[in-house]
Design a protein around this ligand. Structure first.
Ligand SMILES: NC(=O)c1ccc[n+]([C@@H]2O[C@H](COP(=O)([O-])OP(=O)(O)OC[C@H]3O[C@@H](n4cnc5c(N)ncnc54)[C@H](O)[C@@H]3O)[C@@H](O)[C@H]2O)c1
Length: 331
């Protein structure tokens, strides 16, 4: 299957470009000849993620909080709005920042796109489905979200972002798209960001017990980052409004994931069951019919391969360390 992705952009602005997914997006865009301005305040991202990109003549990093404004005055024909804390550990630590990024930050990113006549794509999330009452989730499902629960700062910020994006398209004619990303994993995740894959990999490589929450029977669907990036760029190129699910429909229980990581990391770690967080969804699985039919997209990387690559990256990082000296951003 080929994906309908034919890059024609001159200059892209990627908010959150120093984060896990954003930095892979920046790399993919640069690889296809698009110049990239990354706007990131490093609130949850890592300077190391873009250290190599700063040597690329087509790459610029602007250090800014998008909730306060996006100080970019270059013409741009693509705005990928990926700035937002994404792991529960981060958004629980940064609740107001998360809501301001999803609301004011989304507004500023939309205004930048509109002013330039650029294509805009919002990184939304499977969290808009909350603790879903149907499985798998397709884009017509409205979700089951607790608006005052601990996860609400993230879920509702993203739901507001989707509503704002839709209103912008309806009232101003902005060319918008919404991608609902399901759990994505791969190199450049932070070992302590609280998400299952980096936590298990870090623990397995250190020979520590893998901490599985609850009884471990809750499921997630895990999409390797290269597949996610390909899906996002396909949605951007297609021009669809969405929302469109981008994720891997293969479900795995957290207990099976922990066991798989132990095997692939060749670790002798044990499994320890710990308390499950409040409002942790029991099921999470995308219906990707829309992405398949409209974009010709489906994930290609098998979990075993993606986990191997991720484990290799964590192992190499642990061995060499990633401390680099970052140049001061130009703006
Ligand atoms: N990784 C996933 O599994 C996943 C799943 C669903 C949705 N998403 C979405 O994808 C995007 C990227 O997620 P990620 O996993 O790479 O997270 P991440 O935390 O690694 O990256 C987010 C980036 O945004 C930056 N940022 C946050 N607030 C900002 C602000 N106000 N101004 C400027 N920069 C800001 C951070 O410094 C970081 O570099 C997020 O919008 C997230 O909601 C990710």
């Amino acid at each position: 299957m080929t994906t309908a992705f034919s890059p024609t952009w001159q200059h892209a602005v990627v908010t959150g470009g120093a984060g896990f997914v954003g930095s892979h997006l920046c790399t993919a865009l640069l690889d296809t000849g698009t110049e990239v301005t990354c706007v990131d305040d490093l609130s949850t991202g890592r300077a190391e993620n873009i250290a190599a990109l700063l040597e690329h003549p087509g790459f610029t990093w602007v250090e800014a909080n998008v909730a306060e404004g996006i100080p970019v005055d270059l013409p741009t024909d693509l705005v990928l709005h990926f700035a937002s804390p994404a792991s529960p550990a981060d958004y629980l630590r940064l609740p107001l920042h998360t809501m301001e990024t999803g609301s004011l930050g989304t507004r500023h990113a939309l205004e930048l796109a509109h002013a330039n006549g650029a294509r805009f794509v919002l990184a939304s999330t499977s969290e808009v489905y909350g603790d879903p009452q149907q499985n798998p989730q397709d884009e017509r499902y409205w979700g089951h979200v607790n608006p005052v629960g601990p996860r609400s700062v993230y879920d509702e910020a993203k739901r507001f972002g989707e509503a704002l994006t839709t209103a912008h398209a309806d009232t101003k004619g902005t060319d918008t798209g919404i991608v609902r990303l399901f759990n994505t994993y791969g190199p450049r995740m932070r070992g302590h960001d609280g998400r299952a894959v980096p936590t298990f990999v870090r623990q397995a490589l250190a020979g520590e017990p893998l901490t599985v929450t609850g009884d471990g029977r809750q499921t997630r669907s895990l999409c390797y980052v290269d597949d996610t990036v390909r899906g996002v760029l396909a949605a951007a190129a297609h021009g669809m409004r969405g929302p469109v699910n981008i994720g891997n429909p293969g479900e795995i229980t957290m207990l099976d994931l922990a066991r798989l990581v132990i095997i692939l990391a060749d670790s002798d770690s044990e499994i320890r069951f710990v308390e499950r967080p409040t409002d942790d969804p029991a099921l999470r699985c995308p219906d990707i019919t829309l992405a398949h039919d409209k974009l010709g997209w489906e994930p290609r990387v098998a979990p075993v391969d993606g986990l191997r690559r991720t484990i290799d990256w964590f192992r190499a990082e642990a061995a060499t360390g990633t401390r680099r000296t970052m140049p001061t951003p130009p703006h």
